[in-house]
Design a protein around this ligand. Structure first.
Ligand SMILES: Cc1cc2nc3c(=O)[nH]c(=O)nc-3n(C[C@H](O)[C@H](O)[C@H](O)COP(=O)(O)OP(=O)(O)OC[C@H]3O[C@@H](n4cnc5c(N)ncnc54)[C@H](O)[C@@H]3O)c2cc1C
Length: 387
């Protein structure tokens, strides 16, 4: 049993926990603090690929696998060329991020990394963390476990699953244009659904190809592979290839109020803190941004998660998610409007919660109003019925 009290404890060394730990490593404020990391896994597997966009150089450039300044979007017979400058779309293997973070953390004496499966966090002063092996105490806890209410609750929140399967395939001839990636290709979809394929070429002969759905329920295991195979054969016209890696994943897209589960100095982070953008499933850059915001707040003696959620963008997310939930078949049409009528730079700024209200209006006017108005009315009546 451990009796030592830590200044900070981070539960979960995934994207959010490691972004936070790395930001603490770099900040002299945390130099003499005692920081505990509790992680149940060894984190020695490449369990996901993260993609994100950013302007110019970024913090992870030395470990990214590939990046592009050009992309493509496909809908029916239409191909839209996306020129991203000043942004680049970057791809990072999770194992490279885990190893990079472990190297930095092990070189910083204020950290203690313990393999532990956390069972319970008891709020108090200090906060007690009960694990399978031992218990620990800390003044402030950052917790990346997903609140159990999200998994079991019967409530009125919208839940969509972003689920996908991908293969890294290799050909013995030049089959890919490695200077551009495919953001979304709606030429092959699962019937009546928001589903698409994206292609991330690593070089002229290798690419990660993922078939993705934003729907309420999963497909049969074999269905993802049938769709991938069909995309590769019929759309990319590649008949001979070798599958060298697999990736499968599930990301919750929801308006569930994860932030309400942060209490006092027990702060939820990552997916469990609502850091996944509900309308897109992206969260890698949010983990970076939010970790830095948490640190800035701690240094100013403010509530750590103050200002993390921007209400205006949360409302847009809730409405978009509700439209996808009710009229899932409309996804291809809505994303087609997005990528054909709005400059990609504006889309990225909007999805990063960084557009002005005037820009938001110019985006909204591109979309059909009826489904969104219906969602507004539905959500207001939910709030009304609750009060
Ligand atoms: C396959 C896949 C691909 C994705 N691709 C992208 C992408 O391209 N771009 C993007 O922006 N987002 C992407 N996401 C979404 C999101 O970025 C990731 O899910 C991200 O890893 C979420 O960060 P997190 O820290 O909340 O969770 P995780 O990275 O899953 O980390 C949580 C950590 O907590 C540990 N843990 C859980 N419970 C306990 C416990 N009881 N005790 C101790 N440790 C515990 C887990 O072992 C894990 O290491 C992807 C997600 C998946 C699954």
């Amino acid at each position: 049993m451990s009796t030592s009290n830590f200044d900070f404890a981070i539960i979960g060394a995934g994207a959010a926990g490691l972004h936070l730990a790395l930001a603490m490593c770099e900040d002299p404020y945390f130099c003499h603090k005692r920081i505990l990391i509790l992680e149940k896994l060894v984190k020695d597997q490449n369990d996901r690929t993260w993609c994100f966009w950013e302007k110019g150089n970024g913090l992870w450039d030395e470990i990214i696998q590939q990046s592009w300044s050009k992309g493509e979007f496909f809908h029916k017979e239409k191909r839209v060329s996306l020129s991203l400058s000043p942004y680049r779309y970057k791809m990072l293997r999770s194992i490279d991020f885990y190893e990079y973070a472990k190297r930095k953390i092990s070189a910083s004496s204020q950290f203690q990394w313990v393999e532990e499966d956390v069972q319970e966090v008891v709020n108090g002063d200090p906060i007690q963390i009960n694990g399978l092996r031992s218990f620990y105490t800390a003044e402030m806890v950052f917790d990346s476990r997903i609140p159990t209410d999200f998994i079991k609750a019967e409530d009125s929140y919208t839940r969509i699953l972003q689920h996908f399967k991908g293969w890294v395939i290799k050909t013995d001839y030049d089959a890919f244009n490695s200077d551009r990636f495919t953001m979304m290709d709606f030429r092959l979809i699962w019937p009546e659904s928001t589903s698409f394929t994206y292609v991330l070429p690593l070089n002229k002969r290798e690419a990660l190809i993922e078939f993705t759905l934003f729907t309420s329920s999963l497909l049969q295991k074999n269905d993802y592979e049938v769709m991938l195979q069909s995309y590769i054969n019929d759309i990319l016209k590649i008949q001979e290839y070798e599958i060298v890696e697999h990736e499968q994943g599930l990301i919750p897209m929801s308006d569930f109020p994860f932030e309400n589960y942060s209490v006092g100095n027990h702060i939820r982070i990552g997916t469990g803190g609502g850091w996944v953008k509900p309308s897109t499933g992206y969260s890698f850059k949010n983990c970076e941004r939010n970790s830095r915001k948490l640190i800035a707040n701690i240094k100013l003696n403010k509530q750590p998660n103050d200002g993390l959620i921007k209400m205006k963008f949360r409302i847009y997310d809730i409405l978009f998610l509700d439209v996808l939930y009710r009229q899932n078949y409309r996804g291809p049409e809505l994303f087609n409007i997005m990528y054909t009528k709005i400059p990609v730079q504006t889309i990225f700024a909007f999805l990063d919660d960084q557009t002005s209200f005037k820009q938001d209006l110019s985006i909204m006017f591109r979309f059909p109003w009826t489904p969104f108005l219906f969602s507004v009315v539905k959500k207001i009546s939910h709030i009304w019925n609750k009060s």
